[in-house]
Design a protein around this ligand. Structure first.
Ligand code: GDP
Ligand code: GDP
Length: 438
């Protein structure tokens, strides 16, 4: 079962995207350094009291063939009713109730989904009843008074959302472990990282001389997540480990990538990216693996406020095809940002399971095609009829088009960026398949 989804609806300017940013903001912050954003994010994930759910800002879904506000809103409400388990219907306390709010309410009466009425832009919470009373007539019960901008009462709103979400799905509470392949040149700090984790976190299984393949793995529990670091036991007994000397030169690294849910690529801050790193990163990319790049030994670097940014630019320059991979800066020695690293690893694995419904996917693609015309050759223009996400791990899409040969690399890249900006898929390569349909 997929994660629950909460959609935000309301007329323009009531504060939908402000609320969206507040709800998913924390998640977004950790993916800083991702490439240029050309459109608003309409889809995000968040977590409250241990429950994870998706949030859609329907205000970001825009009809192009008809910009009449009424149609626009009808359309957004329909998307919400189709995609969401819970709808946050946002109104504005400053303007009071308007005819458009009533129109939206009419639309929402048709749904059997939970609707929570949210009165935004409340500055003074001392006379809540007075502010809220006029909105009762919308017919959705007690309104929640909040200030999205200042984060007032948004916690209470989230409590309410959580209490109304469908029962926790199996996936969320499962004991499933996340398999991580730690990749990096000798001396980059792989064993230091594992040792740091072992020192700090609860080790469930360590290096049992056993028969199972997992015996050489290191299993660590961190905040209810089980991370299984593949083929790392050897790394910890440094002295004995001859095979580590040219880690990349044998098949072990590749095999651990094959088994992984996510690849942690470690780079020595002082040495930068090598050809070997590029090769193995390319392999992980081709295999469709989620990835995080950790620049280690950051404690040794002389830095100013721009060093990280410059370094990240350089990483993306060197690894052009990996511009979707988050880069973080750690010290396996001091433990700096190791928590963030684990949280990123969990996040990219989560994102590898992201599945966007066909309706909303096609809205975004239709909009993208309006914004930038598809390529043509010899007077024949590429037409995209329809797209669907057909797989996860990695996220895989089928595009039905008039002629697959008309697709250009640059245009595919553009569509990929649009999908990332709308939905995320952080840290994961996207696979596109083109199918001809006449
Ligand atoms: P949307 O069109 O519904 O997505 O609305 P936006 O999120 O873009 O917000 C519209 C305007 O309302 C922006 O200028 C926001 O800064 C402002 N705004 C949003 N939330 C609040 C709030 O809680 N208080 C106040 N005073 N302004 C807000
Ligand atoms: P491995 O070969 O990838 O497992 O690398 P090691 O973990 O054995 O680290 C190689 C050397 O780098 C050791 O001397 C570590 O103490 C040192 N080292 C590892 N991580 C860091 C770090 O974050 N900062 C500093 N200053 N030294 C580190």
């Amino acid at each position: 079962m997929a994660k629950s989804t909460v959609a935000i609806v309301g007329r323009p300017n009531v504060g939908k995207s402000t609320l969206f940013n507040r709800l998913v903001g924390g998640r977004r912050a950790i993916v800083e350094g991702k490439p240029n954003v050309t459109r608003d994010r309409i889809y995000g994930e968040t977590e409250w009291l241990g429950r994870k759910f998706n949030v859609i800002d329907t205000g970001g879904i825009v009809l192009h063939d008809n910009d009449k506000i009424k149609n626009q809103i009808k359309y957004q409400a329909e998307v919400a009713m189709e995609e969401a388990d819970i709808i946050l219907f946002v109104v504005d306390s400053r303007t009071g109730m308007t005819g458009v709010d009533e129109d939206i309410a009419q639309l929402l009466y048709r749904t059997n989904k939970e609707v929570i009425l949210v009165v935004n832009k409340v500055e003074d919470f001392s006379n809540q009843e007075e502010i809220g009373w006029e909105f009762y007539s919308l017919g959705f019960g007690d309104p929640y008074l909040i200030s999205a901008e200042h984060g007032k009462n948004t916690g209470e709103l989230l409590d309410e959302v959580i209490s109304k979400l469908p029962e926790a799905d199996e996936d969320e509470v499962s004991e499933e472990k996340i398999n991580i392949a730690v990749i990096g040149k000798p001396n980059v700090g792989k064993s230091s990282l594992i040792n740091h984790l072992l020192g700090k976190e609860r080790v469930i299984v360590s290096d049992m001389p056993g028969t199972t393949r997992d015996a050489v793995d290191t299993l660590i529990e961190w905040k209810d997540v089980q991370f299984n670091f593949i083929d790392t036991a050897g790394l910890r007994r440094k002295s004995k480990v001859k095979e580590d000397v040219e880690y990349y030169s044998n098949l072990r690294a590749l095999r651990s990538v094959d088994r992984a849910d996510a690849v942690l690529m470690m780079i020595d801050a002082q040495h930068g990216i090598t050809d070997q790193d590029k090769k193995i990163a390319g392999y992980a990319h081709d295999e469709g693996k989620a990835m995080v790049i950790a620049i280690n030994k950051w404690d040794l670097m002389e830095k100013d406020s721009k060093t990280m940014e410059r370094y990240t630019d350089e990483v993306y320059y060197q690894l052009k095809f990996l511009n979707y991979v988050p880069v973080t800066y750690i010290s396996a020695l001091t433990g700096e940002r190791i928590d963030e690293l684990l949280s990123l690893l969990e996040f990219v694995v989560d994102q590898s399971n992201l599945r966007i419904k066909t309706g909303i996917l096609n809205e975004v693609i239709t909009e993208a095609v309006q914004l930038r015309e598809p390529p043509s050759r010899k007077g024949k223009r590429l037409k995209i009829y329809y797209a669907s996400q057909v797989g996860i791990k990695p996220p895989t899409f089928v595009f039905f088009v008039n002629d697959p040969n008309l697709m250009h690399f640059a245009y595919q890249r553009y569509l990929e960026n649009i999908l990332r900006e709308a939905f995320g898929y952080v840290g994961n390569p996207l696979k596109f398949k083109l199918k001809q349909r006449n």
